[in-house]
Design a protein around this ligand. Structure first.
Ligand SMILES: Cc1cc2nc3c(=O)[nH]c(=O)nc-3n(C[C@H](O)[C@H](O)[C@H](O)COP(=O)(O)OP(=O)(O)OC[C@H]3O[C@@H](n4cnc5c(N)ncnc54)[C@H](O)[C@@H]3O)c2cc1C
Length: 615
């Protein structure tokens, strides 16, 4: 598919949008899922991708095939020219403009479509990192926060690949503590320029990016401002690429700014707005990282099953062994589960964007405000997704035995490449803290009554039941169990807030236990709603394997929620409180025993028969 085809498809999209806006979907605010439920008809699931989205996905796959997999050795080599040219080729096909409105040279696709593109490209090793950095953190700060002149000058060229973009926040002394940067800007005497001095490090696409969003403090400001800096401005010096464990083809380097004269019109947003811009862009980056790692995980599963079907030991294919089936099934369960959460929140973002636009909001602002709103879910996708990928590729390598350890196969590259996802876009430690902290902050702001609900549950601590009703259906049972997980979260939030008061947020281990519980709850709920919706769409006969995935997920999630709750409770509660809380958690995380061995075998059987990922 070419640019013209994408343009034609945009016309269909407008018609489809017109109809979809007529749907009356219930959407929850960020974190509100902790106290409210939605119906399966209210979530978007990947089984609902339209033809346009499938064609765009196919174009991305074809591109990877033609330009990435056929040059795989170069993709894993620090070759700036090759990576820059490959990015430009994807621009010629229209893939760099997917998130950019048409008036700035892009295709203004929905957030769901953007996430789908990110998923497919996620299977592209180092290219995926260069692509995502360009399309996301490299381009969108200017799209979302730039004025009309800046958008026309830069975004139109970034959308086509004429320019490549980079995002320069991290410094030697400012990593997770991003506002601690020392890069400084001073207004020149004639008032025409900011004179920029400082150093950035770990900058993706540094080796060839034409345009950089650079964060720096003006004079002695407490907070950052943001500037658009061109690589050709005198005084911009880019170091050679870093030697890295993985993503070796992605250019990562330090950049120095030595008395760089940045025209005043290149201030992005207002003075002092840089930190807010940086954080909002990171929300966007981490949510897209969620779908990006999904694509990599699916490719790894395909590699796993193909090898397991081919490789013979003891006279049979290794895919016939129970231990291997267990691994294959687990790879699918985790991947399918996180996928459910990814597209659920993507559509919520689309709907919120539409709402903001209807209220008269500028397209760029509507997009970033909607994305930033879903900060709790963004952090969940980032942490859960990157850890699913690490699990999946680790098992892919294991299934390959010695060959998995050999640089001859892509598996070894995938293993090395996957590790970065737990570090950039905010480390998983920082994002785990954000899951709990942001949910509580949003509640305190009045978005939803988390603390009121938590208090209600806690005040009935002695009377907690599992809520089981006679004759409940399969899905009613799953919903009840997920609701019980939520009650477990609320119990802990109430009891820990009471115990630690204002110091609660400093208790990182407790915050992390809660994050674990919240993440499992959101992912299980998204999966349960998806499976129910698939049954509504495709009928009961399509369902057994999805029910197996859901059964095992819930069975495992209950164990994780219980363990995380116990870890927290025994770390602060008095003996008598701990006894009561542990008893309640036991009731709230009770799930029916299932034959997980057979369920996993059925999941593996489908994968083995398909010899590819078709879930
Ligand atoms: C390959 C690569 C590409 C990158 N691309 C870019 C880019 O394009 N642009 C850009 O600006 N940056 C980029 N980065 C930087 C990246 O975002 C940072 O590395 C990351 O934010 C972590 O910062 P740090 O490395 O200084 O680690 P530190 O912040 O020093 O963290 C070290 C450890 O301490 C933990 N830690 C830190 N603070 C806390 C806390 N408050 N509570 C609990 N634990 C904490 C961290 O989780 C981590 O485990 C890239 C990095 C790499 C490796």
């Amino acid at each position: 598919m070419t640019i013209n085809n994408i343009k034609k498809l945009n016309i269909y999209r407008k018609i489809i949008n017109l109809y979809s806006k007529m749907e009356n979907r219930k959407i929850l605010k960020s974190g509100e899922f902790l106290i409210n439920e939605i119906d399966s008809k209210d979530i978007f699931i990947p089984e609902e991708f339209n033809d346009e989205q499938k064609m765009i996905a196919q174009t991305c796959s074809d591109f990877l095939q033609a330009e990435v997999y056929s040059n795989i050795a170069k993709v894993d080599t620090p070759d700036r020219e090759f990576m820059k040219n490959t990015l430009k080729k994807s621009g010629q096909l229209g893939l760099l403009g997917i998130s950019i409105p048409e008036e700035y040279g892009g295709f203004g696709q929905s957030f769901v479509t953007q996430m789908l593109v990110s998923e497919i490209v996620g299977a592209g090793y180092s290219f995926s990192v260069a692509f995502m950095a360009h399309c996301g953190i490299g381009t969108l700060p200017i799209m979302y926060y730039g004025n009309e002149e800046q958008r026309q000058k830069y975004v139109t060229k970034l959308a086509t690949g004429e320019f490549v973009g980079a995002y320069c926040l991290t410094e030697p002394g400012a990593g997770s503590d991003a506002n601690a940067g020392k890069t400084n800007a001073k207004l020149s005497e004639d008032g025409k320029y900011y004179i920029l001095n400082g150093q950035k490090m770990w900058i993706t696409n540094a080796g060839f990016a034409d345009v950089q969003t650079v964060f720096a403090k003006i004079d002695n400001d407490r907070v950052l401002s943001a500037f658009i800096v061109e690589r050709n401005f005198p005084g911009v010096v880019v170091n050679p690429d870093e030697h890295k464990l993985g993503i070796k083809g992605s250019s990562t380097a330090q950049i120095f700014y030595n008395d760089v004269k940045v025209p005043v019109e290149n201030l992005l947003g207002k003075r002092g707005e840089g930190f807010r811009i940086a954080l909002s862009i990171l929300h966007m980056g981490r949510i897209k990282l969620g779908s990006n790692v999904l694509g990599a995980a699916k490719k790894d599963i395909i590699d796993s099953v193909k090898y397991a079907n081919e490789r013979k030991q003891f006279g049979v294919a290794i895919s016939t062994f129970g231990a291997i089936k267990h691994k294959l099934a687990e790879q699918v369960i985790k991947t399918f589960s996180i996928e459910s959460a990814i597209y659920r929140v993507s559509k919520d973002i689309d709907d919120l964007m539409d709402k903001y636009k209807t209220e008269g909001c500028d397209k760029g602002k509507a997009s970033i405000d909607a994305i930033s709103h879903y900060a709790v879910e963004a952090a969940i996708l980032k942490v859960y997704g990157s850890e699913v990928l690490n699990y999946v590729i680790d098992e892919t390598l294991q299934i390959h035995g010695g060959m998995g350890y050999s640089a001859e196969l892509d598996v070894e590259k995938g293993y090395r490449d996957s590790r970065i996802n737990r570090i950039f876009e905010g480390t998983n430690e920082i994002n785990r803290l954000l899951v709990t902290d942001t949910a509580m902050k949003r509640a305190m702001k009045g978005d939803f009554d988390l603390f009121g609900e938590a208090e209600k549950i806690y005040s009935n601590l002695d009377k907690i039941t599992d809520g089981k009703v006679a004759g409940e259906s399969y899905y009613q049972e799953k919903q009840r169990i997920v609701k019980n997980f939520k009650k477990a979260v609320l119990l802990l939030i109430h009891s820990a807030s009471k115990h630690f008061d204002k110091k609660f947020v400093e208790e990182q281990e407790i915050m992390n236990s809660l994050a674990e519980m919240i993440m499992e709850t959101y992912v299980s709920e998204s999966l349960a709603l998806r499976v129910e919706k698939i049954e509504g769409m495709k009928g009961i006969s399509a369902i057994p394997v999805y029910k197996d995935i859901l059964d095992v997920n819930i069975y495992d999630a209950a164990e994780k929620v219980r363990k995380a709750a116990h870890d927290a409770i025994y770390s602060y509660a008095s003996a008598s409180d701990a006894t009561k809380l542990v008893k309640a958690i036991g009731i709230l995380t009770a799930v029916p025993g299932i034959n997980v061995k057979d369920a996993r075998r059925r999941i593996a059987a489908k994968l083995i028969e398909d010899n590819t990922y078709k879930f």
